[in-house]
Design a binder for this molecule. Structure first.
Ligand code: F6P
Length: 324
């Protein structure tokens, strides 16, 4: 029998499509198990400010299909201080909150770990980030929607590239991770994908572009935001090497973070929301609920946030082989 009665949920860090489906799952699972449920607005910042409100089943109706997060999100400087965290703890106590579910990425779990260390509060995390850069889950909530947004945009760019015989460099999100770039590159038939995890061999890329010149009238190079040089410099380098090419740069930006979540993200968020609450009730803490090979698994925060290299080099080979 769990002695947890009052559970709160928050979203923190960059928003990602499917966070709402996750909030809905957490609130309704808690209610299903007879618990009192709360929402904390604007992430840890709201915890420090005491922006905490009770939530019922109706408060999460009609949100599963909505992008963003109804609880809003923020990055909190105050929560990084001892005083800020103490204030946050006192605010939780005012509502008798005895456990938390936090939805976010590495910064969110780092904050949660600190809080657990200081106040021994049971916290379970759910992976909410478009970057997919967490250990302990094959996919993070929002990644599938983001890559589908990229694919839709790049398909459109391909139409214009093909019509004008142009080469487009498309910069996609991923501050430290090339996983958005890699998957969207394969699925749009990109000629090359540049990601921060792998050394860029410009000579090889230029040779490849040269070799395939007669087969193609359009070319797409996908560059992850975290690439050492970034899309602008890559476009300049290619233009300098091939003055005859008509090179254009397109930076997709924050459209990648918005929009209605895909079926995959909704199901993932729903499964992990149920798992997070039931994990808390079973006595778990300081772990992230994730999905590995179709099964829910829990990974300690310190392992989940280690920046792992989920990049499968075979995928970059696939880009190369298929770019002939
Ligand atoms: O972590 C998600 C992400 O979208 C990264 O890919 C990107 O680098 C970053 O957030 C941008 O953050 P902000 O919206 O705060 O500029």
């Amino acid at each position: 029998m769990s002695n947890i009665n009052n559970i709160a949920v928050l979203t923190s860090g960059g928003d990602s499509p499917g966070m709402n489906a996750g909030i809905r799952a957490v609130i309704r699972t808690g209610i299903y198990h007879g618990k009192n449920m709360f929402g904390i607005r604007r992430g840890y910042d709201g915890m420090v400010q005491g922006d905490i409100t009770p939530m019922d089943a109706k408060s999460v109706a009609n949100i599963i299909q909505r992008g963003g997060t109804i609880l809003k999100t923020a990055r909190s400087d105050e929560f990084r201080t001892v005083e800020g965290r103490k204030q946050a703890y006192e605010n939780l106590k005012k509502h008798n909150i005895d456990a938390l579910v936090v939805i976010g990425g590495d910064g969110t779990f780092t904050g949660a770990s600190k809080f657990i260390e200081e106040f021994d509060m049971p916290i379970i995390g759910m992976p909410g980030t478009i970057d997919n850069d967490l250990n302990g889950t094959d996919f993070t909530i929002g990644y599938d929607t983001a890559i589908n947004t990229v694919v839709e945009a790049v398909d459109k760019i391909r139409d214009t590239a093909e019509s004008h015989d142009r080469l487009f460099v498309v910069e996609v999100m991923g501050r430290d991770s090339g996983l958005i770039a890699l998957r969207s590159g394969i699925s749009t038939g990109a000629e090359a994908v540049l990601i921060p995890e792998l050394e860029v061999d410009y000579d090889a890329i230029m040779k490849r572009l040269d070799k395939t010149r007669k087969n193609k009238s359009s070319r797409i190079i996908i560059v992850a935001e975290g690439d050492k040089e970034g899309g602008m410099v890559v476009a300049e380098k290619i233009q300098a090497n091939f003055p005859a090419y008509d090179v254009r740069l397109s930076i997709l930006g924050h459209i990648q973070r918005g929009g209605s979540p895909t079926c995959m993200d909704r199901v993932l968020a729903s499964r992990l929301g149920v798992a997070a609450v039931e994990g808390l009730l079973e006595g778990r803490k300081a772990e992230m609920a994730g999905l590995i090979c179709g099964n829910v698994q829990f990974t300690p925060f310190n392992k989940a946030i280690k920046h792992i290299d989920k990049v499968n080099e075979n995928l970059t080979r696939i880009v190369e082989i298929l770019s002939l």
